[in-house]
Write a protein that binds this ligand. Structure first.
Ligand code: NAD
Length: 454
């Protein structure tokens, strides 16, 4: 009988990571289970545009493996019962109520998954934590399993490091696979699966706590680089320096490197904010208030970055946005995903609406429903969605580029400048637009971190 895997949670991590695993290991039988029926139904169809998640290249692999080595189901209990290995990829948001609210991770879904595993698991089973969780969560799982199951259950930590927008590539060719645990045979069993497509030297083995903490730390370091470069972008604007030139110069130092040195409107996505908050909470919990303060400042700078962009837009538009039309280019937190969770666009659009602006929002992938939901408390008449991108510029006073989708780089500047009210402004929060091209058609351009001309 083939080796049977159950993955609890069919979201951004569970879906793509199991699709790639199924493709690389046709000998496995993988069942991805979730209690969200709508999500499972979407994964079970073969029409690419109806998949619940957009990631470049995902639909083709999904089509190849669905119904062969990969299955999606809402029958959580059945597939736990049948599994040799159970992955947990449920969501772990920040707690909203009670002790630790606003910082600590809400482990309700993890605990529920663990209790269901304890109740239904049969025989020796490996349980793999793949969700991002606070360090020492495996202790909680161990206690739940010990009290509620007589089966032999081994716990491993195997955090996921993929980035949305490049998930398929990251999963096919990961920089590293991290496996933490205290049972050598269980570690070897999981490593054996990855070895089907990941070179052995990229599979790192650690103790449980190092693996759990490494994931939070990786996200904190990535977010910290974005906040750092965004502070320097503001200094560039005031001093006449250019952020891309500064980034190029410092990135050439191999100790620093070029990655994650692009200035922007602040980081978004479901992970960075919640994982740093979790790190802040853990630092307090372990009696390290200075460490908590240090990591909290990464979030403070992120909030400040978004607020400073809104302020700047207001200033350039003669200190009032009342009744002015602003085109929003991009709403997802980065290109090549349909995910808008924690996107800077949500905060910036809310602030612009508060100032009385009328927004025409465009994004190639985010759904209108998800954007509506994110801006739900705002007056719906102040927000429009125009699928015909060019016509959305009619009578607009400004456009704000928030996500660097490639289509925004090749607009018909001549035509749209004729549509817009003068003086027309472009606010390029990603520093990707061609200054000469825009200025050639009389458009004013503000680019983040571009000093000397504002
Ligand atoms: P998600 O919200 O997209 O998906 C989680 C899924 O789990 C949902 O479909 C939900 O219905 C399901 N679920 C929750 N509890 C369940 C239960 N008890 N039984 C069955 N199904 C249940 O979340 P995601 O973005 O895939 O993230 C999952 C975890 O992975 C989080 O801890 C996150 O921090 C981490 N992570 C996310 C990313 C990313 O890029 N999104 C990257 C690395 C790690």
């Amino acid at each position: 009988m083939s080796y049977r895997i159950c993955c609890i949670g069919a979201g951004y991590v569970g879906g793509p990571s199991m699709i790639v695993m199924a493709d690389s290991c046709p000998g496995l039988q993988i069942h991805v289970v979730d209690h969200d029926k709508q999500r499972i139904d979407s994964w079970n169809n073969l029409i690419a545009k109806d998949l619940p998640i957009y990631e470049p290249g995902l639909d083709e692999i999904h089509k190849r493996v669905l119904g062969k080595s990969l299955f999606f189901s809402t029958d959580v209990e059945l597939y736990i019962k049948n599994a040799d290995m159970v992955f947990i990829t449920v969501n772990t948001p920040t707690k909203i109520n009670g002790h630790g609210a606003g910082e600590a991770a809400d482990l309700t879904n993890i605990e529920l998954a663990a209790r269901t595993i304890a109740e239904f698991v049969k025989g020796t089973t490996i349980v793999v934590e793949r969700s991002t969780i606070p360090v020492r969560t495996a202790d909680v799982l161990k206690r739940i399993f010990r009290k509620n199951s007589s089966e032999n259950i081994h716990i491993l930590s195997n955090p996921e490091f993929m980035a949305q927008g490049s998930a398929v590539q990251d999963l096919i060719s990961p920089d590293r696979v991290l496996i933490g645990g205290d049972d050598q045979r269980a570690i070897d069993e999981l490593a054996g699966i990855y070895q089907h497509w990941v070179p052995s030297e990229r599979i790192l083995r650690t103790n449980l706590w190092s693996a759990e903490l490494a994931k939070l730390t990786a996200n904190a370091f990535l977010a910290q680089r974005i906040s750092s470069v965004n502070t320097i972008a503001a200094l560039c604007e005031s001093s006449g320096a250019h952020i891309d030139e500064v980034a190029q110069a410092i990135g050439a130092d191999r100790r620093i490197g070029h990655h994650f040195l692009r200035a922007g409107p602040g980081f978004g996505g479901s992970c960075f904010r919640k994982d740093i908050l979790n790190l802040v909470y853990l630092s307090h919990y372990f009696g390290l208030p200075d460490v908590a303060y240090y990591w909290r400042s990464v979030l403070t700078i992120n909030d400040w970055t978004r607020a400073r962009i809104t302020e700047l837009i207001i200033n350039k538009l003669f200190s009032t946005l009342q009744g002015k039309k602003i085109v929003i280019l991009g709403f997802t937190f980065k290109p090549h995903t349909n995910d808008i969770r924690e996107s800077p666009a949500i905060y910036i659009c809310q602030d612009l609406l508060d100032e009385g602006a009328m927004l025409s929002i465009h994004d190639p992938m985010a759904t209108i429903e998800s954007i509506h939901q994110a801006l739900s408390w705002q007056s719906p008449s102040s927000v429009t969605f125009n699928q015909d991108l060019m016509s959305s510029f009619r009578e607009a006073d400004a456009a704000v580029l928030l996500t660097e989708w490639p289509i925004y780089l090749k607009l018909d500047w001549k035509l749209l400048s004729s549509y817009m009210r003068s003086p027309a402004w472009f606010f390029d929060t990603r520093n990707v637009l061609n200054r000469a091209e825009l200025e050639n058609y009389g458009l004013n351009l503000w680019s983040i971190g571009f000093g000397g001309i504002h």
